[in-house]
Design a protein around this ligand. Structure first.
Ligand code: HDD
Length: 692
């Protein structure tokens, strides 16, 4: 058999949408050593007799164990827990007037992307559903170079100056004496820090709101956070904020679900994403920008655009759609792609520039620096997932893990030995020619006075939420502060909340059993309805999971009808029965995906009981039904399936419960619409009490 040609190492192959497979690592079917030596046995070490000691001579044993001993690399110092997917960005072309970045300016242009979602505080093996900010890091492999938009699902940040980043992270990570708690902000040092650094208040409000526990990556907004400077082909500049708007809408878990999921399925979010992609329901987001004039003030309507603790309300500056992101391919190898991908806020392309936001400025240093430790040297850009899709001709040479075989003798400029190449690129050659900006001032360690307003926007955030969202926020503050041991920290945070909103402060204080201090909340604050995520008209349900309780006597063809109706909207139906195996025979046969023993309500967005199902008193089933009902999920039953609902104490007349005679179109439509509003919040006050 002729040998498979090796890739040309001096010109690395670009990543395809499903990633690169380095054929040199897995060639042929025989087991070999790293040197290609074929091996007869990998189960027995070489011993002096079958009961004797192992011989040092056993190079295969030593190679296998040595490599294994070094399989792990340091996890990311923050955002260690993550999951990623490949996809495509397609430009609408509408940003062409404000940026010359080709991947945005040209209508219909498609760019490969790799997106990694993450939590901030937890270790690599922590749970997905903890209360935390989520990372939303996008690598655009553009033909003008790689652009990384390293954002979060929250549009503001804890601190205003990057020099405090180690401090907030030290405070949020497990306490250093006995390393707990894992992936939680509900502990003394976190609340100590944020109550002393009140610039964190806005971010903390978002964290404690439902945004801190997203339903899935597919239902999360994303934000570039900082203000960027866009430059068009005529050299005109504008200030912009970047937004990702999920096509599936913005939706969250309830707190009890998030806690259950952390134990029952710590991989909840990454499973949801990979299952959805496998089921043919890609994750979709619209990319948008808010555009503000670059008039020299770097403020808009009194909002300091360099302050990363401030948003520009969408009611003041609407988000204009400029393209669509579709994530439709799971990684081929977690380590090679998701773990080794290296994002950097300094990966920019012509037409996109930075601003003087002091948080952004520090990030421009940190991201490159951290990869050198994490990925073991300066050549991480050569790893397949990090290779640009634009041609690379740098003068960087040698170093640990150098895989390129560079040619030529003159990696310097100017030279006459390598035909003068590489040459400089100007604007016409798509070179990154920075826009000139005037920088002058005294060297000071200080913030502008405008950075001192820490409360107006938190007040706007709280007052813009719906009643149920405010309730969740109050519960979250009460839960987290209830876990704090030091009384003075609780009191100090209550004093912070008093400056946000008296109602918020009083309700949290009541839960903590403490007096509510008086504060001076801002008056006449504008409201921003777009901050609320509650909807009353049905949205898309692609990627949603529906559980159907059934047994062999159930109306199995009704399940098929529901499955087809759900599939038409991109959702999946999963049968839950007393034991595993199958229900029925032939064309109507249903695979049982969850038994009463293995099922838990958190796995499903909605529950239906099929007609003909014999009521069961199995405690795990009843718990599953009651939990789903308490969490305000859509419920349904057709035919005598209602008897099981009654047995579980579920009120058939409650909001979001759909009852039908058979699984006909009208029933399926009404039920799937109920799934589309995410939760029947009208049920909340009756069923949830203080458990969410
Ligand atoms: Fe950061 C990782 C997002 C401020 C230093 N950050 C990291 C990731 C995301 C963010 C999504 C994970 C990337 C991945 O998936 O690999 N970080 C943000 C946002 C910030 C922010 C939205 C504020 C607006 N970060 C920030 C500051 C600093 C850092 C101020 C330091 C001065 N961030 C890092 C880091 C990490 C990182 C230490 C850890 C792993 C990595 O970079 O690659 O450099």
């Amino acid at each position: 058999m002729p040998p498979t040609p090796r890739p040309d190492q001096s010109s690395p192959a670009p990543n395809g949408p499903t990633g690169v497979q380095d054929t040199a690592a897995q060639d042929g079917s025989f087991l070999t050593t790293a040197q290609g030596l074929r091996l007869p046995d990998t189960h027995h070490s070489l011993k002096a007799g079958d009961r004797g000691p192992t011989l040092l001579e056993d190079f295969h044993l030593r190679e296998k164990i040595t490599h294994f001993d070094h399989e792990r690399i340091p996890e990311r110092v923050v955002h260690a827990r993550g999951a990623a997917a490949h996809g495509t960005f397609e430009s609408y072309g509408s940003a062409g007037t404000v940026t010359k970045a080709r991947f945005l300016a040209q209508k219909g242009r498609k760019t490969d992307v790799f997106v990694r979602f993450s939590t901030v505080l937890g270790s690599r093996g922590s749970a997905d559903t903890v209360r935390d900010t989520r990372g939303f890091a996008v690598k655009f492999y553009t033909d003008e170079g790689t652009f990384d938009l390293v954002g979060n699902n929250i549009p503001v940040f804890f601190i205003q100056d990057g020099i405090k980043f180690p401090d907030i992270i030290h405070a949020g990570k497990p306490q250093p004496d006995i390393e707990l708690p894992q992936a939680q902000s509900a502990h003394d040092s976190f609340w100590d820090f944020v109550s002393l650094h009140t610039e964190a208040t806005h971010h903390v409000m978002w964290n404690m709101s439902d945004r801190g526990i997203p339903r899935s990556y597919r239902t999360m907004e994303g934000f570039g956070v900082h203000t960027f400077r866009l430059v068009n082909a005529d050299g005109e500049t504008r200030l912009v904020k970047f937004h990702w708007k999920p096509v599936a809408g913005v939706h969250s878990l309830v707190w009890e679900e998030a806690q259950i999921a952390a134990g029952v399925d710590p991989d909840f979010h990454r499973r949801d994403m990979s299952d959805g992609i496998k089921a043919g329901a890609p994750l979709e987001y619209e990319f948008g920008i808010q555009v503000m004039p670059d008039d020299g003030t770097e403020t808009y309507e009194g909002i300091d655009l360099l302050d990363p603790t401030k948003i520009v309300p969408e009611e003041l500056v609407p988000v204009q759609p400029i393209g669509k992101l579709t994530l439709d391919a799971n990684p081929t190898n977690y380590f090679a792609e998701t773990e080794q991908v290296a994002f950097h806020t300094g990966h920019l392309v012509p037409g996109i520039e930075v601003t003087n936001d002091p948080l952004m400025q520090a990030r421009l240093f940190s991201y490159l620096d951290t990869q050198i430790t994490r990925l073991g040297g300066p050549n991480f850009a050569q790893l397949p997932i990090n290779r640009p899709h634009a041609p690379v001709n740098d003068m960087l040479r040698d170093g640990m893990h150098q895989t390129a075989v560079h040619t030529g003798v003159a990696p310097y400029r100017d030279n006459s030995l390598d035909e003068g190449e590489p040459v400089d690129a100007d604007n016409d050659d798509h070179g990154y020619v920075q826009t000139e900006r005037l920088i002058e001032g005294r060297a000071v360690r200080a913030n502008p006075v405008s950075f001192d307003d820490h409360f107006t926007q938190p007040t706007m955030f709280y007052r813009s939420l719906s009643g149920v969202e405010q309730e969740h926020l109050v519960e979250a503050f009460t839960f987290e502060l209830g876990k704090v041991y030091e009384q003075n920290i609780k009191e100090r945070e209550l004093a912070v909340l008093a400056n946000v909103d008296a109602d918020l402060c009083e309700r949290v204080a009541e839960g903590l059993g403490l007096p509510a201090p008086a504060g001076v909340p801002a008056e006449n604050v504008m409201l921003s309805p777009s901050l609320s995520q509650v909807i009353d008209t049905p949205g898309p349900i692609a990627g949603r999971k529906i559980g159907v309780v059934a047994d062999s006597g159930s109306d199995l063809s009704g399940i098929d009808k529901l499955r087809k109706a759900a599939a038409a909207r991109g959702a999946t139906v999963h049968v839950i029965a007393a034991t595993g195996g199958f229900l029925g025979k032939g064309a109507r046969r249903q695979i049982v995906e969850r038994s009463f023993l293995t099922v838990r309500s958190i796995e499903f967005d909605a529950i239906v009981v099929a007609g003909g199902t014999t009521p069961s008193t199995d405690i795990k089933l009843i718990l599953m039904l009651q939990e789903a009902f308490r969490h305000c999920k859509a419920f349904g039953a057709w035919g005598d399936g209602t008897v099981l609902l009654e047995a579980a104490g579920i009120d058939e007349s409650a909001p979001g419960v759909v009852i039908g005679a058979t699984a006909v179109k009208a029933f399926n439509d009404e039920f799937l619409d109920a799934v589309g509003v995410h939760r029947a919040w009208d049920r909340a006050s009756a069923v949830m009490g203080s458990v969410v």
